[in-house]
Design a protein around this ligand. Structure first.
Ligand SMILES: O=C(O)CCC(=O)C(=O)O
Length: 450
């Protein structure tokens, strides 16, 4: 990360931060003191209801009077600043790698775009036990250990501090039954985030839009600000103003599944700025690798049938953690490049584009016919230009329809290092009520840019 913004950090137009973003005045601020000081069941019931409302309506809230000593937070924050101020060479001595999945990284990718940040991850249970592979029937386990830099020594002591924080976090009861058993042999971990000043903050993100895959996240942010949450009510990105000594809590995907969608995991992202560095510390609360995740039995009935198939948290977690080192894109999010046949326009992808996008993939549909097709190389040109613009280290999946296959074959010869796979299809099946003119009309309403 230097003074120039490399192309792999540049977000697609629709994901770039907007100026004049709304401030999230409405994010609930919850006083947790009744959970610490009060033994009155009414006080606790009110608090539980307040947290329930916040989870249901926002998926995000801030807590104050949480009982986590301020010195604990200040100690970790100081250690984090000291660590990230070290030289790259020093920090890379504790890099994450295939053996040590915890440690330092300056190469985080979210939805195929690089994040403008550095991180240091450490686990709570040391060792943390996870599945050794993502193969469903492979029961082999492996142990993950923390690695610590020599300096600052306080980072190592953060482990004890984290445990204190963790104990407090787990005391946040959001259902009427205790959930602590889920977190025996937890796979929770803490991340130190460092967002350096960025030369082009209007083009990049410190952390791309994402939802947290675990149960719940508790986040300490400094006073610089940059966290944005996608408001559930209208899909607007809103700024979460830092509140001194507050923690931000957000619902993760596991709570969404356990609650059968009553509490939804909400998208969030981090913007950066050109002047100030920013630090934050998320604590990701995750269950044991052995936990099978499905909607809680007591919430399911004929009126409210289960909306999710069960899945193994351990297998999901192993896929996530191990995939960091198998490929450079994360979360199995791909960039599909659709190349139509000569007689068609980009409209012929009208069904595939929304389908791929709704699964979170990036899609570019190229219009080859736009080049007028006087020669074969004119016909190929939009794809060749596009492949030239694909950043180093990024790879795309090319999908060709009919004679678009000629262009895709050419690109596969010329840019093999930028292509994961080429898919060749010969026919499309529009719905029965659609003909060429309705297809064209629909296509005009879709924005096909990346
Ligand atoms: O830095 C922040 O405010 C948010 C961090 C976050 O969402 C994450 O690390 O997953």
């Amino acid at each position: 990360m230097g003074d120039q913004l490399e192309p792999d950090f540049i977000q697609a137009l629709e994901h770039r931060p907007k100026s004049g973003i709304t401030e999230a005045k409405g994010i609930p601020l919850i006083d947790l003191s009744p959970s610490i000081n009060s033994s009155k069941s009414d006080d606790l019931a009110n608090l539980v209801a307040e947290i329930g409302d916040a989870c249901e309506n926002w998926g995000f809230f801030q807590v104050i009077n949480h009982g986590v000593p301020l010195e604990v937070r200040e100690r970790i924050e100081l250690a984090s600043r000291e660590f990230f101020a070290l030289s790259k060479e020093e920090k890379k001595k504790v890099s994450r790698n295939e053996v040590n999945l915890f440690g330092y990284s300056d190469f985080e990718i979210t939805k195929s775009v690089r994040d403008w940040k550095e991180v240091f991850d450490c686990t709570i249970e040391n060792p943390t036990v996870i599945y050794a592979s993502d193969e469903p029937d492979d029961e082999e386990l492996k142990e993950l250990y923390n690695q610590w830099p020599e300096y600052p020594p306080d980072l190592r002591n953060a482990k004890t501090d984290i445990q204190i924080t963790g104990t407090h976090s787990l005391e946040l009861r959001i259902t009427e039954r205790s959930v602590t058993w889920l977190f025996k042999n937890q796979t929770s971990f803490m991340r130190l985030n460092y967002y350096p000043p960025c030369p082009a903050p209007q083009l990049a993100l410190g952390l791309g839009r994402h939802k947290d895959a675990g149960a719940m996240t508790i986040l300490a942010q400094d006073d610089v600000g940059g966290l944005e949450v996608k408001r559930k009510s209208d899909g607007e990105w809103i700024f979460v103003k830092p509140t001194p000594d507050a923690y931000i809590v957000n619902v993760g995907d596991l709570i969404q599944v356990w609650s059968n969608d009553k509490y939804e995991s909400v998208e969030h992202r981090v913007t950066v700025n050109s002047q100030k560095e920013r630090f934050s510390i998320p604590f990701f609360i995750n269950p044991s690798h052995s936990i099978w995740v499905e909607p809680l039995e007591e919430l399911i009935n004929d009126q409210n049938p289960g909306k999710y198939k069960g899945y193994s948290w351990g297998k999901f977690y192993a896929t996530r953690k191990l995939s960091n080192f198998k490929k450079l894109t994360s979360e199995n999010i791909q960039h599909f490049v659709l190349v139509h046949g000569s007689g068609h326009g980009a409209w012929c992808w009208y069904k595939l584009v929304p389908m791929l996008r709704s699964s979170g993939h990036n899609v570019t549909a190229l219009d080859l016919a736009a080049s007028g097709i006087p020669t074969i190389s004119d016909y190929f040109k939009p794809l060749m230009d596009f492949m030239d613009s694909v950043p180093k280290r990024e790879r795309v999946i090319l999908v060709a329809h009919s004679s678009g296959g000629l262009a895709v074959s050419r690109a596969m010869e010329k840019f093999p290092e930028k292509i994961y796979a080429g898919v060749f299809i010969t026919a499309l099946m529009p719905g029965v009520s659609l003909n060429i003119s309705t297809l064209s009309r629909e296509a005009l309403q879709i924005n096909y840019s990346t």
